[in-house]
Design a protein. Sequence first.
Length: 243
Amino acid sequence: MRTYAAEVITGNYDGIWNANNYFLYLHEDGRIHYYRQDLDLALGFLPHIYKMDRKDIWKWPSNGKGKILPTRLMQFEKYRKLFADHLASSMNFVNDSQDGIFMERIYSLQSTIAPAVENDYWHRLDFSYSFHEFKTSVYENISRPFTLSPGFTSQVNIVDSIKGFLVRRVETAKKQLEEVDLVKGMEVNEAGVFVVPNHSSGYLLQPFVLFVVLFCSVGVLLMVATKGEREEQEGVPLLGEKV
């Protein structure tokens, strides 16, 4: 349930929600182990289509390909309460740190991988992201021109900023948590976010959520690393151009 809560708070639609990029392994001890990969389509990719920053946390998988597993788990009150605790813990961690250690770590990772990104050629057939967009993607949305009708083109947001997505997801998740009896009586901190009851899972979740969110962040940062400016200089066709 920690993993599920982390996928909800990061809006990863290409994992559990999409029944993709993970494996379930039945261990000889009878427990099922969850292994996942590929977190790049999280934190607000194609927001007008998937709306992961506002999707109902209690019905989160309802219209996804991977709805069977989480829907069955959420039928049990034990797991719903566990999910609520884990989600509240992750919200506290992200919310309390959005202008502190958490964002500093994201900027540090961005700075670390920037030289490699600047010399990267592998993503040039994606959405033709520029290195400038890589550098600003933490706090600025990325948009592309979209032709609505002949002669009328508008800029459409295709990737939310990492920080903007997390702030909105925490706000909407808090309201959705308040709508159910499971969280009534839970303490709310000064930031207006639920405080998790004192049990071990809360302590385990903070570094876990940091890992997942930062891994998603690096994936998104790498995804927006296409050298669009270099491609134009070298004559590499951009997305949509005729060769």
